[in-house]
Ligand binder design. Structure first.
Ligand code: SF4
Ligand code: SF4
Length: 308
């Protein structure tokens, strides 16, 4: 006979499967001691740059019991976004995760349904859902719950299908059975470190955001420093280089979420359409995309920087 924690864990994994999540893992809600030390070092070195919000809520960031009252378990969920379209040949590139509809909306809806189904099938369960929306160390939780390991490029990598995944969480006041962390399979590979055009991967799993193209093209509100001239390799919003070169992404399979497919107009953009993009065109092409979060002016600034 199953005890209730084991039975409820199975129900949760069934729901994850029904809702189309690719992987689901469970961890006990507790302080992440090692990650707390690493985060502190990273912040002290100033690798977060102008993302001052990363300094806030340190305690909550490393301990879900301080974030969600009475929390007992963290459920980590992965949703594949590996595209079937290949837009990497375009001169101006955006990160694959932003090809289709903004994942925040898509996943938030799924998570709300998830919580409703838990309440229906298990009983009254309290908790909160998170997708990039609060101080949660999502890669650390996903690794702790056995979904993959954190690679030298700092991404969560699954042995089965690589690293093009959105990570989200439910933090619940429900006792569940925890999964075991998996082992690291980077081995002697250094492909991501070697390929990073700005040397942003300063050591194993440590990224200096102030040098990372994702930060420069999304988070940094001011002009991109001229030091990066000729180093951006055509990336105008985000950067996938350290994932594209990862040998584990040979196992990536195209996603099955229709709303993540690239907008037709995005696929048709030519170099001159990017360089001469008006706000009107931007609004049409990126109407529901995560690119909208950076905004027209930021995208334009990045494109102009690439063309200087
Ligand atoms: S996203 Fe691009 S710039 Fe940032 S670490 Fe990876 S390869 Fe380097
Ligand atoms: S490219 Fe190599 S070192 Fe980098 S994350 Fe992938 S397997 Fe690890």
């Amino acid at each position: 006979m199953y005890n209730s924690a084991a039975r409820n864990s199975l129900i949760i994994k069934e729901i994850a499967n029904e809702l189309g999540f690719d992987f689901c893992g469970i961890s006990k809600a507790e302080q992440l001691d090692e990650d707390a030390v690493n985060l502190e070092k990273w912040l002290t070195k100033g690798y977060h740059g102008k993302m001052k919000w990363m300094e806030n809520h340190f305690e909550k960031r490393v301990d879900p019991t301080k974030l969600v009252e009475d929390s007992k378990s963290v459920i980590s969920l992965l949703l594949n976004y590996a595209p079937s379209e290949n837009l990497d040949q375009q001169k101006i590139k955006i990160a694959k995760y932003a090809y289709g509809m903004d994942y925040h909306f898509v996943i938030k809806d799924k998570l709300k349904t998830f919580l409703a189904l838990i309440n229906e099938r298990i009983g009254e369960v309290g908790g909160r859902v998170f997708v990039d929306s609060a101080p949660v160390l999502d890669r650390a939780w996903a690794a702790k719950s056995g979904l993959g390991w954190i690679g030298k490029n700092s991404m969560l990598i699954t042995k089965q299908k690589g690293s093009f995944y959105f990570i989200s969480e439910l933090i619940l006041d429900l006792e569940l059975v925890s999964d075991y962390a998996t082992t690291d399979h980077c081995g002697t590979c250094t492909a991501c470190i070697d390929a990073c055009p700005t040397d942003a991967i300063v050591s194993n799993k440590v990224i200096d955001s102030t040098k990372c193209i994702s930060y420069l093209t999304i988070e940094l509100r001011e002009q991109i420093p001229t030091d990066f001239k000729n180093q951006m390799e055509g990336w105008a919003f985000g950067c996938d280089i350290c994932q594209d070169v990862c040998p584990w992404n040979k196992f990536a399979q195209p996603h099955q979420t229709s709303s993540f497919s690239a907008h037709e107009k995005l696929q048709e953009l030519k170099e001159e359409d990017w360089t001469e993009m008006t706000e009107e065109v931007f609004k049409e092409v990126f109407k529901k995309s995560a690119v909208k979060r950076a905004g027209y002016m930021k995208l334009k600034q990045s494109i102009d920087f690439l063309n200087k």
